[in-house]
Design a protein around this ligand. Structure first.
Ligand code: AVJ
Length: 320
């Protein structure tokens, strides 16, 4: 069992907060206003995202679970010993348990998450339930260059990046992430989930559900700006929209202004026209061929992949 008093990366939390303010002010100063989607996941946003994962319209978790069940028997038989599972964006570490239960060659776990509080709680819970597992949480932004904690540096590393979070990146960012992960995993493998292209109506419903949970998740980003940066944004003057962008093969989340308005954040004022939007998230949808090309641009080759037929979702096992 691990010493959880020592969460790697924690001293940098203030630096992370300053970057949040800078990113918000910069993003809202652009012609097309935007906010980086990673900021959707404060404690409230992470809780709302867990609710999204229970929605009938949001097929991603169910499709990924089904395809993971195909992959796990193969993975269990891989010739690996005493490996560390490195999870990018571990959240509540829910999907991890099935992996830990199925892969006997994992003896250490390195959850990486931007939300330090969420990370500590999830790591403690895994630590309690897996007494023989060495748990080494790493608080930080995995879109930045990270290094693996010394405790696990000499073990084989097995990366895990489920949920199609890779879809949040632009193609350039995705290649950058995959190249970073390849460096970090130092000769290891990466198991990664990627959502596939499918019917537009299915996609739009998945990102704009009937109960309005996704809308609350999106609007929480404005609430977070009010809470953490002293903003005075009136949430009632915005509505959530999910728009399929065919040319870029992605679902876009936007917050649309319902009126001509101005609002203040940290001493700055911003103006928006009625109908103007703040772009808050991209969720790219791939074909197997497209994703294989993306991985190869970062130096990975696809050792194997599994596909859920409908709703279409893929899991790729990448090898250095
Ligand atoms: C966590 C990035 C995989 O893009 O499907 C879900 C985030 N946003 N509903 C996705 C999300 C709105 C989700 N990922």
């Amino acid at each position: 069992a691990a010493d959880l008093a020592k969460v790697h990366g924690l001293p940098r939390q203030e630096a992370i907060d300053d970057v949040f303010q800078a990113d918000v002010l910069t993003g809202l100063s652009r012609a097309q206003k935007m906010l980086p989607s990673k900021y959707l996941y404060d404690p409230e946003g992470s809780r709302l995202f867990e609710d999204i994962c229970e929605l009938p319209e949001y097929y991603v978790p169910g499709a990924e679970r089904a395809v993971m069940e195909q992959a796990l028997p193969h993975l269990a038989g891989l010739d690996i010993e005493d490996a560390a599972l490195v999870e990018f964006g571990s959240g509540a570490s829910v999907k991890t348990r099935r992996v830990l239960d199925s892969l006997p060659w994992i003896s250490a776990y390195v959850p990486i998450d931007i939300s330090a509080a969420h990370l500590a709680a999830a790591a403690a819970s895994i630590d309690g339930d897996y007494p023989d597992l060495q748990v080494v949480p790493l608080a930080g932004d995995f879109t930045q260059r990270l290094t693996v904690p010394a405790e696990v540096r000499d073990r084989p590393l097995f990366g895990f990046f489920p949920g199609s979070t890779i879809g949040n990146f632009t193609p350039e960012e995705a290649t950058g992430f995959l190249a970073n992960a390849r460096r970090l995993l130092a000769g290891g493998r990466l198991l990664i989930g990627a959502d596939l292209r499918k019917d537009q109506a299915v996609l739009e419903a998945a990102y704009d559900d009937a109960q309005g949970v996704t809308a609350a998740f999106d609007l929480n980003l404005l609430a977070r700006i009010n809470r953490e940066l002293g903003g005075d944004i009136d949430l009632a003057k915005f509505r959530h929209r999910a728009i399929w962008n065919e040319a870029k093969s992605r679902i876009e989340m936007h917050l649309e202004s319902l009126a001509d308005q101005t609002f203040g954040i940290a001493g700055w004022r911003f103006a928006m026209k009625r109908g103007e939007t703040i772009h808050t998230e991209n969720s790219h949808k791939f074909t197997v061929a497209q994703f294989t090309r993306l991985a190869s641009e970062a130096g990975w080759r696809v050792e194997r992949h599994w596909v859920n037929p409908a709703p279409e979702f893929a899991v790729f096992l990448l090898r250095d």
